[in-house]
Ligand binder design. Structure first.
Ligand SMILES: Cc1ncc(COP(=O)(O)O)c(C=O)c1O
Length: 460
């Protein structure tokens, strides 16, 4: 029997949720153009769209918010954040940004020239789009095990070091303005990267003098996976592991809406002073002054407090245990998922669940719509809707290897009975899965199309 870890907190404030009638759900999703992003959240019963900015803040964070200093420049809140950032990450310079993609935008704007390539294990959609928006080419070089849903490799987010070296040789280091790695690898199932792989990745980038940036959204969850799974790290604290990770890099981008458990916020972290100065100008142009970066003072204080809470080991044990519980219950009931489960989410393998639907009919979108229709559950497709794109040279459509639906667990929000309900709904859907129809676009923008695309069922 899968074990559910007791929450290391008690609940002091609640927000009512309700399951609207099946007919109302049918009308709501039709009106939303079958895009779950277009639903009103009040029409959703259990919202697993994202773990980003949806966590429940602690009483310490709410108390910190009340102490926010709203001065335009040099606010006390900024210095609280600066202290936390220094302790956790150790980089020489940092800028607050309103969220992760703002940090990605600044980095891309400053470093990428059209035609240049940016390798990573796997870029997340906003990183991918920010690189493309500057004429760059994002390149994913994760290990092959990442594409085998049943391979229980402990670090499926690892970079393929041989592929990385070969790619740099082939592309020429002068055409690579910076290299990245995403921890944990959200686009590939929320899978962690080992410290030895981070060390090897850093060594390759260093050998070719390519600046190395970490996409650090879920660095604390990644650190706890290292503690649990990597030989030699069980006695180290997640703090020590995190510090070791960041000493390997030249900088990082971070959406603080994940492991810093805040509703808004991001960070750009750097060691290069000249680059930092250019980043300051870019930040002032688009986000705000360097000591607030598009955030309110109270947001900076909540973020400073959340950075410490996100690294707390009793919280991380519960957090990863909760995800593992949902995953194991689904497996017990024959629902195909990416194994082993990642940190922040369980990824349903829609390709295997709905084998009658080809990539072009978006099996992930079809399953996500069905989850809403059947149970009022909102999830997100991570497959061809999000990632299929025409080849830059040939124009031929390139489909991702996996068609997934991500059930992202907001931090400290849902309980065991919510997770059991999700399993029940999926078991019901499995009974009529061959009748589920595919979808096609009626509208799709060029970049980040999953956010605003509209669909219709494929009939016939
Ligand atoms: C790995 C990764 N990088 C970057 C981002 C972008 O962060 P934000 O939504 O704060 O802009 C996300 C958000 O989901 C993410 O998961």
């Amino acid at each position: 029997m899968p074990h559910y870890p007791p929450e290391p907190f008690r609940i002091k404030m609640v927000e009512p949720i309700r399951l609207i009638d099946p007919e109302e759900r049918r009308a709501a999703i039709r009106q939303a153009g079958y895009n779950l992003f277009a639903l009103r959240s009040e029409d959703v019963y259990i919202d697993l769209l994202t773990d980003s900015g949806t966590g429940a803040m602690s009483h310490h964070q709410w108390a910190a918010m009340l102490q926010g200093d709203e001065a335009y420049a040099g606010a006390r809140s900024y210095f609280h954040l600066a202290e936390a950032v220094k302790e956790v990450f150790g980089f020489k310079f940092f800028l607050p940004t309103h969220q992760g993609r703002a940090a990605e935008n600044i980095l891309s704007a400053l470093l990428i020239k059209p035609g240049q390539c940016v390798p990573s294990n796997m870029h997340f959609d906003t990183t991918d789009a920010n690189i493309r928006a500057r004429g760059g080419r994002p390149t994913n070089l994760v290990i092959d095990a990442a594409f085998d849903p049943q391979n229980r490799h402990p670090f499926k987010g690892n970079m393929d070091i041989q592929k990385l070296s070969a790619f740099i040789e082939q592309t020429g280091p002068e055409n690579i303005p910076f290299g990245m790695i995403t921890i944990t690898n959200n686009a590939g199932g929320g899978q962690p990267v080992s410290l030895s792989n981070l060390r090897d990745t850093a060594a390759v980038y260093r050998r070719y003098q390519i600046p190395f940036f970490i996409d650090a959204c879920r660095f604390a969850e990644n650190a706890y996976f290292i503690k649990m799974r990597e030989p030699g790290y069980s006695a180290k604290s997640t703090w020590e592991i995190a510090r070791e990770i960041f000493t390997l890099a030249d900088g990082a981008t971070m959406s603080a809406k994940k492991d810093a458990i805040v509703n808004i916020g991001g960070l750009l972290l750097l060691n290069d002073e000249a680059l930092y100065q250019r980043a300051c100008n870019e930040l002032i142009l688009r986000e705000g002054f360097t000591t607030y970066g598009g955030l309110a003072g109270r947001d900076l204080d909540a973020l400073a407090t959340g950075l410490y809470e996100g690294l707390d080991e009793s919280y991380l044990r519960y957090r990863l245990g909760q995800t593992a519980y949902l995953a194991e219950k689904l497996l017990e009931n024959g629902i195909p998922i990416i194994e082993p489960p990642g940190g922040h989410a369980v990824y349903l393998d829609a390709g295997r669940f709905l084998p009658h639907l080809p990539h072009s009919q978006f099996p992930g979108q079809a399953l996500a719509v069905e989850l809403y229709l059947r149970g009022g559950i909102r999830a997100v497709e991570i497959g061809s809707v999000m990632f299929a794109h025409p080849d830059a040279d040939t124009g031929e459509m390139i489909y991702p290897q996996l068609e997934l639906v991500r059930l992202a667990l907001p931090r400290r929000v849902y309980t065991q009975s919510h997770l059991d309900y999700i399993v029940e709904i999926l078991v019901e859907i499995a009974q009529y899965r061959e009748n589920i129809q595919g979808y096609q676009f009626t509208y799709a923008p060029e970049l980040l199309r999953h956010f605003t695309a509209r669909f219709e069922p494929v009939t016939g």
